[in-house]
Design a protein around this ligand. Structure first.
Ligand SMILES: [Zn+2]
Length: 525
């Protein structure tokens, strides 16, 4: 059944123009399959005319089955003054053997004259010839009108003539592109409405986020008659990025109340967003609307109290509807409600009636006053709450350590020795490292793996140091935040001290203790 709004994903083509984004052919195939399973309608795989990797992608994609999405190859109209069937770049689009081909052409006379250095009529012929050629090969043809909104502002009659050239040659869809991303929703709506009324073919929208309006512009176009929207997962793309599909999709579904992807898929939106970030080897942006880790986080004590009573009081929608979760941040604004909700989120059995609650809250406030911050240190907070509930024996203690540095004037090496006790046994190890913390980490781990082989898989993924003014008004102190992983899950721990090595050791000890206390971590994928 035809949905109200078609979703066209260009993560694998426009998305890869983004800062720091590269995908191997295998990555692209995995993402394409994931997008297909999610239920987007089109997956644009790349531009075969621009690089060999994209040609290889299409060669391999031929042997895969896509059940929901149709694969599209992207390219440009023919070059000036040659036949479409003689243009290598156009021929590669046919070789890609996709059911859909998307080509872009010029809408703006300025670009026609200055960039293409050709005539207004030749540009119209380039559009029409290319569309006709692709149609004669049985392709569904999507025509992307580049710089469309700037073109309309410049010369409305000519801009419209370019869209008509594509339509009369048989284009199945005409997509209005805000290539520079600088348009306002009111202009997007007016021009989309005009194109929608002047053309017989369906109209689509392709926007960029240069002024922070990529999603707003796509929604404005949809309300003005567009039935097809192009964008990327997590808003990847050149400069500030493309229109973010992880925001467009739920907005179309929940806010505009129009059908797009299968309703069941909405609950895996957050997972899709994380999967694509993981494949791109990027840290997820916590502030992404709908799918970010902070999208449903509550910090202020009164908010948390209200959310606990009526979930809709500070949330525009149930986080589970897009597969996200509610987070409660524990901070010195924390009330009892924060602690109780946070404990539940961390899987600790704690209620407002728990007698130890008062002293735990007191302890957290005291620690935060000294410079601790538990928002990015769930691991340390979990240990703190568990210790507050019952006296738990520590799996190990660090009895002594020593760190030294030697240098021959060119290179320097740090050496750490650590003495730990585990039950009745002790271990004494020494290790080198790039710096004192690295050496300490290596020595501590080497000492403990003899007792706890499972620590072999644990490693540090991030280490952050910040000097904070002590709130008690004495000397400055150092706050160390460590992110660790066992390859399956991630956790954060914290240490605070005047001395950076002491602060680091505290965070390292918490990290390893957390790993030992949580052996049954479930897979995140
Ligand atoms: Zn674009």
């Amino acid at each position: 059944m035809q949905p109200d709004i078609e979703i066209y994903d260009t993560t694998l083509r426009d998305g890869t123009q983004g800062h720091g984004i590269t995908f191997s052919v295998a990555d692209k195939l995995r993402i394409a399959e994931r997008l297909d399973a999610f239920g987007v309608h089109f997956v644009e795989g790349g531009w075969p005319g621009s690089n060999p990797r994209d040609i290889e992608f299409f060669a391999q994609a031929k042997h895969r089955t896509f059940t929901r999405a149709r694969l599209a190859a992207f390219g440009s109209t023919r070059r000036k003054e040659i036949r479409a069937d003689a243009d290598d770049q156009v021929k590669l689009l046919i070789d890609a053997a996709t059911p859909v081909v998307t080509i872009f052409g010029k809408t703006s006379l300025l670009h026609v004259r200055e960039v293409l250095q050709t005539t207004a009529d030749e540009n119209l012929a380039m559009i029409a010839d290319t569309v006709r050629f692709l149609k004669s090969h049985g392709r569904v043809v999507v025509y992307d009108a580049e710089h469309c909104f700037d073109g309309f502002a410049e010369d409305r009659a000519y801009a419209l003539a370019t869209l008509r050239a594509a339509e009369s040659a048989g284009a199945d869809l005409v997509v209005l592109c805000d290539t520079n991303g600088g348009s306002l929703p009111s202009d997007i709506a007016a021009i989309t409405r005009l194109a929608h009324s002047e053309l017989r073919s369906r109209v689509g929208i392709h926007t960029h986020d240069d002024i922070g309006l990529g999603v707003a512009n796509a929604l404005a176009a949809i309300e003005a008659g567009a039935t097809h929207v192009q964008g990327t997962i997590n808003g990847y793309g050149e400069r500030t990025g493309n229109c973010n599909l992880t925001a467009v999709i739920p907005n179309v579904h929940f806010k505009l109340k129009k059908s797009c992807v299968p309703p069941d898929s909405l609950r895996s939106l957050t997972e899709l967003s994380q999967f694509v970030d993981e494949t791109a080897n990027l840290r997820p942006n916590p502030r992404l609307p709908w799918v970010g880790a902070a999208a449903f986080s509550h910090k202020g004590g009164t908010h948390v109290n209200a959310v606990q009573k009526v979930v809709s009081s500070y949330e525009h929608i149930d986080p589970a509807s897009v597969g996200n979760t509610r987070h409660v941040l524990v901070s010195d604004l924390a009330g009892r409600s924060n602690i109780v909700m946070k404990a539940q989120e961390l899987g600790i059995d704690l209620s407002a009636e728990t007698p130890q609650l008062r002293s735990m809250l007191q302890q957290i406030k005291e620690l935060e006053h000294r410079g601790y911050e538990f928002e990015a240190a769930d691991g340390s907070l979990t240990l703190l709450l568990r210790r507050g509930m019952a006296a738990i024996p520590r799996p190990f203690t660090v009895d002594a350590y020593h760190v030294s540095m030697r240098s021959d004037g060119k290179t320097s090496v740090c050496e750490a020795t650590v003495k730990v006790s585990v039950g009745g046994g002790t271990a004494h190890t020494v290790a080198d490292g790039d710096g004192p913390v690295n050496a300490l980490d290596a020595a501590l781990r080497a000492a403990l793996v003899t007792f706890y082989p499972q620590l072999q898989d644990v490693r540090l993924t991030d280490y952050k140091v910040r000097i904070v003014d002590s709130r008690s008004g004495t000397a400055a102190i150092t706050r160390v935040l460590i992110e660790s992983t066992d390859g399956v899950s991630e956790w954060g721990t914290i240490g605070v001290h005047e001395n950076i090595v002491e602060a680091s050791l505290e965070a390292l000890v918490d990290s390893l203790e957390y790993a030992l206390a949580n052996p049954n971590r479930s897979a995140v994928r």
